[in-house]
Design a protein. Structure first.
Length: 164
């Protein structure tokens, strides 16, 4: 016979653990980053080498200045036929970066990602890059499946198809 009290207790305990989790608990600590002067070709090669879809752009002090996503390279470089060897990260990067702090709760980060429709969050302390959280990091963590699913649903709102 199912003891509903135990099931409810387990659900409540899981919710409490989930609330306690912060980005520092799930973020990637070893983040590859580039300078604004890095050629786009090298940025793309780093994405391939490290199997990532974005690379933060930082100044010499480690302060984040932007982020280059795989989409940025396609839309701001490939689509125009410009030379990825001479184009710099600063030419294609997104300057308005949505960032988080290590102490931010996973639920709060999920909401932020959904609201701003981003899949990756650089994690900064005192404006210095200390980690990275991707939507996949939320999905891999068993206690955050629901937040990841909700964020992905909001982020992936389809646009209307256009005939070319």
């Amino acid at each position: 016979m199912i003891k509903w009290e135990n099931i409810i207790k387990n659900i409540n305990q899981a919710k409490e653990r989930m609330i306690d989790l912060q980005l520092r608990d799930i973020m990637t600590n070893q983040v590859v980053y580039v300078s604004p002067e890095t050629p786009v070709e090298q940025v793309a090669q780093l994405m391939q080498k490290h199997n990532v879809g974005s690379i933060p752009v930082c100044d010499q002090n480690g302060n984040i200045r932007g982020i280059v996503t795989d989409r940025d390279i396609v839309v701001r470089n490939v689509a125009y036929g410009t030379d990825a060897k001479t184009l710099k990260a600063s030419d294609v990067m997104t300057s308005q970066v949505t960032m988080a702090e290590p102490s931010m709760s996973i639920s709060e980060a999920s909401r932020m990602m959904a609201e701003r429709q981003v899949r990756r969050l650089p994690v900064v302390e005192n404006n210095r890059l200390v980690g990275m959280v991707a939507l996949g990091d939320l999905a891999v963590n068993g206690r955050t499946d629901m937040e990841a699913a909700e964020a992905l649903s909001d982020i992936s709102t389809p646009s209307k198809a256009q005939k070319l």
